[in-house]
Design a protein around this ligand. Structure first.
Ligand SMILES: Nc1ncnc2c1ncn2[C@@H]1O[C@H](COP(=O)(O)OP(=O)(O)O)[C@@H](O)[C@H]1O
Ligand SMILES: [Mg+2]
Length: 312
């Protein structure tokens, strides 16, 4: 258990997981959710990957929850209410939800205090509904709380830039990029770092395509008021020291120090293949250490205060 667990530094925070397809976002979300639960947090995972299947199985749940898209009124392409955040940045009303009163079909409880929600799957929307922007908007806006315990929300995104270009990072407190041993992951890592630096330096989103001044104001406000404090990095699928050294050297050239390493584990591959629960017994202590790094990273070194005071 984390030594700092009683301080609950991550309480109320929303953490998004990014990375190229197959880098290990969903695997890292499962491992981190369990580490958080061991440390005494209530964890709500939001599956925001419209193409992924099997997160509930990896978490040991029999059924996936009903799609949040249904709760919020369906996607605009099929006559529903939820629009794409690129065309329409307007926030979704009622996206601050409490587990105490939220309809139970929209979340599934796994082992310990780990809950799963799902934005929705594209296949279910039918031909022509080919944009999962509305799911990204739900992931951007949703905030989950609970009266009796502090909730940490982990959002499992589909990718990296596809989602960040839709402004989803504005709704997060922290972003984590999963870096597997590929050039594509290294490029994504440095680009994400740069994007967050630019955002903190005051760069505003692209708004030329927006017709009304109100929408432009909404888009700018989301960026200006974003609580995103930093982007962190985790190495995944590490097989040997040489690979790890190579990745660390390349990342340090961009001033990136990963908060931890998840080694290659054939058991994970098998779990995703067979649709069975991920066995994290080999990586548990590494992930607990990573959680401590994560907790340390949200404490401002000077004030000793958490970076975000939002306690949702
Ligand atoms: N640490 C690991 N060791 C071995 N295989 C892994 C590891 N992490 C991920 N994988 C494999 O890579 C595939 C993609 O992982 P996943 O977590 O689904 O990635 P993403 O969510 O980024 O698309 C999984 O099916 C699994 O087989
Ligand atoms: Mg995934």
């Amino acid at each position: 258990m984390s030594t700092s667990s009683n301080q609950k530094k991550l309480a109320g925070l929303k953490i998004g997981f990014f990375g190229k397809g197959g880098a290990g976002k969903s695997t890292a979300v499962v491992l981190m959710a369990r580490a958080l639960a061991r440390a005494g947090y209530t964890v709500c995972i939001v599956d925001a990957d419209s193409t992924n299947f099997g997160l509930h199985q990896a978490l040991g749940m029999e059924q996936p929850p009903a799609p949040l898209l249904d709760h919020f009124g369906g996607m605009i392409f099929s006559g529903g209410r939820i629009s794409c955040p690129v065309d329409d940045p307007t926030p979704i009303p009622g996206a601050e939800i409490s587990l105490d009163s939220f309809p139970q079909e929209y979340y599934t409880q796994g082992e310990n205090e780990v809950y799963l929600m799902s934005g929705g799957k594209l296949g279910a929307a039918g031909a022509g509904a080919g944009c999962d922007g509305p799911i990204a908007k739900i992931a951007r806006d949703i905030h989950v709380s609970r009266q009796t315990s502090p909730v940490v929300t982990l959002v499992d995104f589909k990718a990296g830039f596809e989602d960040t270009a839709r402004g989803v990072v504005t709704g997060l407190d922290l972003a984590i990029v999963i870096v597997d041993p590929t050039q594509a992951s290294l490029a994504l890592a440095t680009n994400m770092q740069q994007m967050v630096e630019n955002m903190h330096a005051g760069q505003l989103p692209a708004t030329r395509h927006l017709e009304s001044p109100d929408l432009v104001a909404d888009a700018n406000r989301l960026f200006q008021e974003s609580s995103l404090s930093k982007v962190l990095f985790i190495l995944n699928k590490i097989t040997d020291e040489k690979t790890e050294r190579f990745l660390r050297q390349r990342l340090s050239a961009s001033n990136i120090q990963p908060i931890g390493v998840i080694h290659h584990d054939p058991g994970f591959t098998e779990a995703w293949l067979t649709g069975t629960t991920i066995d994290d017994s080999k990586t548990r202590s590494d992930v607990d250490l990573m959680l401590q790094q994560l907790e340390a990273s949200v404490t401002d070194a000077e004030s000793g205060q958490p970076v975000s005071n939002r306690d949702r």
